[in-house]
Design a protein around this ligand. Structure first.
Ligand SMILES: *Cc1c(COP(=O)(O)O)cnc(C)c1O
Length: 220
């Protein structure tokens, strides 16, 4: 698959659920990919999505190194998203990031807010909702309102929720998690929904995803 094919899949899923074209945006997950591959498979297609493609990185040091490399290459204007699990001691590498997808607690938010005060700008954040699998990260559904209020109190802007699909082939089970996440975002009055990866992004769009995080399918 290639990026244009993934976009075609997005447009198809939008149409099938009566959503306007472009209401689900592709976040190109570039973790583990060298610059040459990103140029060929992502940046070359930037014109296909208004505003281009935010690049999603999931490892903090790699993000830091990529941002430096892009700057050295004169590739300015790249929108960086951080989609990985956040470690407090690595928040310092998030300076170029405009959206953090997987915030889990108020300590993380406070660490970001403190650094953002020095940087002079703050990333927006999404809260990762726990999907019920013990090994997964995220905010437990019952804690969501309290964490949301606590994060907002740090001054960060919470724009929505993010979720990982459960590890199953059962599409109905995956769709349930996506729909539940959409409902919880709606209940909080939040508009951004980061859900769906290479294997399940059409399902996520059906459930209302506004940001889909696709990596493998862009590069293979
Ligand atoms: C790697 C990653 C993705 C992309 O997964 P693919 O299956 O390669 O599309 C999406 N979200 C998160 C949080 C990731 O770590």
């Amino acid at each position: 698959m290639s990026l244009p094919e993934v976009l075609a899949g997005l447009r198809e899923a939008e149409a099938a659920s009566g959503r306007p074209p472009g209401s689900a945006r592709l976040v190109a997950v570039t973790k583990g990919q060298p610059l040459a591959a990103i140029r060929e498979h992502v940046l070359a297609h930037a014109a296909l999505q208004p505003g281009g493609f935010p690049l999603g990185e999931g490892r903090a040091q790699e993000l830091r190194d990529k941002v430096a490399e892009f700057e050295a290459e004169g590739l300015t204007g790249t929108e960086w998203h951080y989609i990985g699990t956040l470690q407090l001691n690595k928040v310092k590498y998030m300076r170029a990031v405009t959206l953090i997808h997987a915030l889990e607690d108020v300590r993380q938010a406070q660490t970001i807010a403190d650094l953002a005060a020095k940087w002079g700008r703050a990333p927006d954040v999404l809260l990762q909702l726990h999907n019920g699998e013990p090994q997964k990260h995220g905010v437990a559904p019952g804690d969501l309102r309290a964490v949301y209020d606590g994060v907002r109190a740090t001054g960060l802007s919470v724009r929505g929720l993010m979720v990982m699909a459960p590890d199953t082939e059962d599409e109905a089970a995956i769709l349930r998690v996506f729909k539940d996440t959409a409902r919880r975002a709606y209940d909080l009055g939040l508009g951004e929904l980061s859900m769906g990866m290479s294997g399940d992004y059409p399902l996520a769009v059906r459930a209302g995803a506004t940001l889909v995080r696709v990596g493998t399918r862009l590069f293979s």
